[in-house]
Write a protein that binds this ligand. Sequence first.
Ligand code: PLP
Length: 389
Amino acid sequence: MDFLKDELMYLKKHNLYRQIKWLDGPQAARTIVDGKPCILLSSNNYLGLTEHPEIKASARKAVAKWGTGAGGSRLTTGNLRLFEKLENAIARFKKTEAAIIFNNGYMANLGVITALTGKKDVVISDELNHASIIDACRLSRAEKKIYRHKDMVNLEKILQQTQEYRRRLIVTDGVFSMDGDIAPLPEIIAIAQKYDALVMVDDAHATGVLGKRGAGTAEYFNLEGRMLIQMGTLSKALGSAGAYVAGQRELIDYLRNKARSFIFSTALPPAAIGAAIAAIRIIEQNPEILEKLRANARYLRSGLQKQGYRLLAQESPIIPILIGDNQKTMQITQALLERGVFAPGIRPPTVPPNTSRIRVTVMATHTKDDLDLALHAFNQVGKEMGLIY
Ligand SMILES: Cc1ncc(COP(=O)(O)O)c(C=O)c1O
């Protein structure tokens, strides 16, 4: 097993070794990271719903009625009636005919892409798509073609060159998880229609975040009702765990029969379902939470820009600061942590080589004081490390 030591040495030598930070508190605006009180600028809990009293109560109620576990796969013994309530709520929220729950976003992407494509097909994927989409392409055994990030000319060229395949599936993140920018979905759909291709959007970071009601990328671009496979997670802005796929009734029926990650895995525990049902209700009934998230994102972004930081994207609560060098990225994260701010360094293979970055994320539950303190720390660290002048 000497190779383990060698591999770990390699990672350490190239500043790619990962150590998990311990949180001794919830995903709140202020929490404890590695034993230190911190302002949390790393969470995908964008709306702060993991701490919402009604959502916690709904999770507790679900445990009281349905117990702690689902006891099996949905297709065997685990199909608690509670799932139906959540699937109906998601279909209503997304304005689609139907929806199906998966255990997490990773498994949803594996399930959908492997169910829809095989050896005779091609998956056409944006170069910055999430790792779960890349892994799904590998597992599907379909041909994989990568188009340059949001490059519609490149996408169209690939479609022209792949006419002989049985099925073509274009897949894109809605909000790119490490870059925070938004996919040009109207253009993607228009090109797909021209070449008779399917389109799938991964709304992991758009659910609860994009669009007037927070329903995601389709709502943001007024594309609701279009032929679209919409996947999203319950684990980020919705503050729970799990994922969904929403779309046409036949698509959902097909996935229930064909998606192996749905068929061969125990269903989510009732607490997660109870929390997600309440989260959708809270989002629908309290639009001011999303407004607060957007105001906070604007405030933090403009504060960082005024200090001289150059930000990668301006479109979502994900605010990445490009650094490049792996070691320097981790030194900045450490310097911020010492000043009571946790903003994680992101390195390859999560992002392409030489594009390491600080991935700052904002939540609706940050106060102006939290953000001002964080900005003060960024100003000090930025000057010390030669990022701003
Ligand atoms: C774009 C994207 N898709 C899928 C996933 C996987 O979702 P989950 O964490 O629920 O497995 C994530 C994040 O983890 C993501 O950022």
